[in-house]
Write a protein that binds this ligand. Sequence first.
Ligand SMILES: Nc1ncnc2c1ncn2[C@@H]1O[C@H](COP(=O)(O)OP(=O)(O)OP(=O)(O)O)[C@@H](O)[C@H]1O
Ligand SMILES: O=P(O)(O)OC[C@H]1O[C@H](OP(=O)(O)OP(=O)(O)O)[C@H](O)[C@@H]1O
Length: 221
Amino acid sequence: MTSNDMDYLTIALPKGKLFDLSASRLAKIGYTAEGLSENSRKLVIANETEKIRFIITKTADLPTYVEYGAADVGIIGKDVLLEENKDVYELLDLKFGFCRMMVAVPQALKQEKLTDYAHMRVATKYPRVAESFFHGIGIQMEIIKLNGSIELAPMVGLAEIIVDLVETGRTLKENNLVEVAQIHPATARFIANRVSFKMKFDRINKMVEGLKALVESEGKA
Ligand SMILES: Nc1ncnc2c1ncn2[C@@H]1O[C@H](COP(=O)(O)OP(=O)(O)OP(=O)(O)O)[C@@H](O)[C@H]1O
Ligand SMILES: O=P(O)(O)OC[C@H]1O[C@H](OP(=O)(O)OP(=O)(O)O)[C@H](O)[C@@H]1O
C-alpha cells in the first residue's frame, strides 16, 4: 500500500445488474464521484474532495480486486462470493439484488429424485457452486462451464441440466425449464479487504454504519 493509497478509500463496483443499484445507494449516503457511470470508459473515477476512488470491474473479478487490496471495499452478489471463494470480509447484507441459485431442467427430463440426475451434464456459470451442491447430495456430474445464456444449453443438447440464477423465473419459463432444487438465495453484500479493514477502520466502519441505516430505512419503507 502506498501513502497515496492510504489517503484514498477505493470502492469497487461491478458492471451489470448491480451497478446502478449500488451506485445510487452509495450516492444517497454521500459516496459518489462526478462521471461515475457503468458506461464510462474510464475505469477509475475519483472524488478528490472526499478522497474516494471508484473502480469499475467485471462482476466475477470484483472479489479478486478486494482480496488483493487493489480496492478497499466493494459491493458484490453473494452468488459471486460463493463461487470465487476469496479471502475477504463480508461486512453487510445490503438486501437488494435478490435472486436465487437454482437447479433447473427441461420439463420433459424432470426426474423423481435429485439423485436420478447422476452423471448428467450440467451447464453453469458457477462450476464451483454446482460441483459442491451435487457432491453434497452424493452424486457426480459432468460440469460444463459457460459464460452466459445458460438456458440455451439444454435446448440444444449441450447439457441435460443447468445451475443458474433465477429472479422472476421468466427466462426459465420462456425456455420450458422447471426448477428442481434451490442451492442458495443471494443478495448484494458489502465486502472489505482484510488489511484495509484494520488500516482504514474508521472510514470503512463509517461506510458500514451509513449503509446499515439505509438498509434499515429501506426495510421500513
Ligand atoms: N435476474 C438476475 N440474474 C442474474 N443476476 C442477478 C439477477 N438479479 C440479481 N442478480 C445479481 O446481479 C449480479 C450481476 O448480474 P449480471 O448478470 O449483471 O452480471 P454478470 O454475471 O457480470 O453478467 P455478464 O456476464 O453480462 O458480465 C449477480 O451476480 C446477482 O448477484
Ligand atoms: O428469472 P429471470 O428474472 O428471468 O432472471 C434470470 C436470468 O437473468 C440472468 O441472466 P442475464 O440477463 O444476466 O444474462 P446471462 O445469462 O448472459 O448471464 C440469469 O442468468 C438468468 O438467465
